[in-house]
Design a protein around this ligand. Structure first.
Ligand SMILES: *Cc1c(COP(=O)(O)O)cnc(C)c1O
Length: 444
């Protein structure tokens, strides 16, 4: 398996002297707008462990934001990408095509929900995939409006900033934003005024009413939603919400786009999160977990929609780079061989049981939610008001990091601790990570 020992080890202060030295070089030369969660510099990573330049080993509950699902140095990814590097690094698929690109599209057709004829186009980043889904939907429907949701996140390019809900840090000062984007409510059960049991039907009715009355269904090209919202706080739309919107889209000739860039590729315990309620999206955007850490993204969907754009209308110099495609084939091979959807469900079982105990013990734990290996704790000042506890969240994340556990935060209110371990993490490491989280709460 991986060369890096699967154990936590702290041998210096965090950050250690070598990381501090690199930090000084970084401050002098890297733009301030690029942030980092951890104060340490990486040396190598694999399985469930990340080692820094000072030799400290962290348990990884971040996976580079849900990317290294198969680990950061998975054997099949390294083997296939290395072989491809030696053959050729780039020809540009738009000039001289190659098999790897086609093979990835075949895998996407097989793995994504629905048994209709499907086609794909490959890109470099999640944001680029979402932008292209919008281009394709507009081209197919000959309509312009795009519907997105409260707490949604779709990227940092100009169009995807407009699709993203949260101002700081993603949008502030970066406007003007693209027109014809409309935001409607999402079924956020924990914060729904009349309670989680009413949330699905009420939120979908509100969203559909706003679309119908404020935009006009006949003007809408696409509805874009994350089946489990990522950056917005690991919000699982309350049951019934996604099916109601998918049906509304179908009845009105609107392209229903599932943005599975974070939730896809085994992360939530199925190949794709929208399978949970039997949703078959017209288009699905993927990236992050697809290629074991190499930059690759895709739009996959109904052949007649995907073929709507004219030849030459989609593409890009690097889109579907051959090394990234080889890595994706290695990543998918690993997911199949190790049955990683099942591993994600097992991780959920272990994490949810232990986090439920935390919820009983500490009032600051407002909600524990998520699916598979996409699990979160929402922190509140008190359970009655549900006032977000952003400072406590930041303090907990820092305490975990200092103790050798890499965790991330998210949420519109900055009050969600999120856990995205690689699906290949060992159960001993997973439990040790949870021990550290418990200790961090005890020390709050
Ligand atoms: C990360 C993310 C994106 C953007 O992907 P990039 O590769 O960072 O451009 C889009 N949508 C969702 C749901 C994401 O989680």
């Amino acid at each position: 398996m991986t060369a890096i020992p699967q154990e936590r080890r702290l041998v210096t202060a965090v950050p250690g002297p070598k990381s501090l030295e690199l930090q000084a070089r970084r401050t002098a030369t890297v733009a301030g707008g690029v942030g980092s969660t951890m104060p340490v510099f990486a040396a190598r990573a694999g399985g469930g462990v990340l080692e820094d330049v000072d030799g400290n080993r962290f348990i990884d509950f971040g996976s580079g934001i849900a990317v290294t699902t198969v680990g950061a140095s998975a054997e099949a990814v390294v083997r296939r990408a290395t072989a491809q590097l030696a053959d050729f690094t780039h020809t540009c698929f738009m000039i001289t095509p190659y098999e790897g690109y086609v093979a990835v599209c075949e895998q996407l057709a097989e793995l994504t929900p629905g048994d209709h004829a499907k086609k794909s186009a490959l890109f470099n980043s999640g944001a680029e995939a979402v932008e292209n889904a919008v281009k394709i939907a507009r081209s197919y429907t000959k309509r312009q409006a795009v519907v997105v949701f409260d707490h949604g996140y779709h990227g940092r390019t100009n169009l995807t900033m407009a699709l993203t809900a949260k101002n700081m840090p993603y949008k502030n000062g970066f406007g003007p934003f693209a027109p014809e984007i409309y935001r409607v409510p999402v079924a956020y059960g924990y914060r729904w005024p009349t309670g989680p049991e009413n949330c699905g039907p009420e939120a979908s009715a509100q969203a559909i009413d706003q679309i119908s009355k404020q935009i006009g269904a006949e003007n809408v090209a696409a509805i874009i939603i994350e089946p489990v919202l990522g950056e917005g706080g690991f919000i699982e739309p309350a049951k019934g919400f996604l099916p109601a919107l998918a049906k509304f889209a179908k009845d009105n000739g609107i392209v229903f786009v599932a943005d599975e860039i974070q939730s896809g590729f085994c992360r939530t315990g199925q190949w794709f999160a929208c399978e949970d309620e039997g949703i078959v999206p017209d288009l699905i955007t993927t990236a992050k977990g697809i290629a074991g850490g190499l930059p690759l993204a895709a739009v996959t969907g109904r052949a007649e929609i995907m073929d709507a754009a004219h030849s030459g209308g989609l593409g890009g110099t690097y889109g579907g780079n051959p090394v990234a495609c080889a890595a994706a084939l290695g990543s998918i091979e690993t997911m199949r061989e190790l049955d990683l959807p099942a591993k994600a469900r097992r991780i959920e079982e272990i994490m949810k049981a232990r986090l439920a105990t935390l919820r009983e013990k500490y009032d600051v734990v407002g909600d524990v939610r998520g699916r598979g290996a996409m699990i979160a704790i929402e922190l509140v000042k008190d359970r009655e008001s549900k006032e977000p506890a952003a400072e406590a969240t930041a303090a907990l994340a820092k305490a975990c990091q200092q103790a050798g556990l890499l965790v991330l935060t998210c949420g519109t209110y900055g009050n969600v601790l999120r856990f995205l371990p690689p699906l290949v993490i060992g159960e001993d490491l997973l439990n040790e990570g949870l021990d550290i989280i418990e200790q961090a709460f005890a020390g709050l």
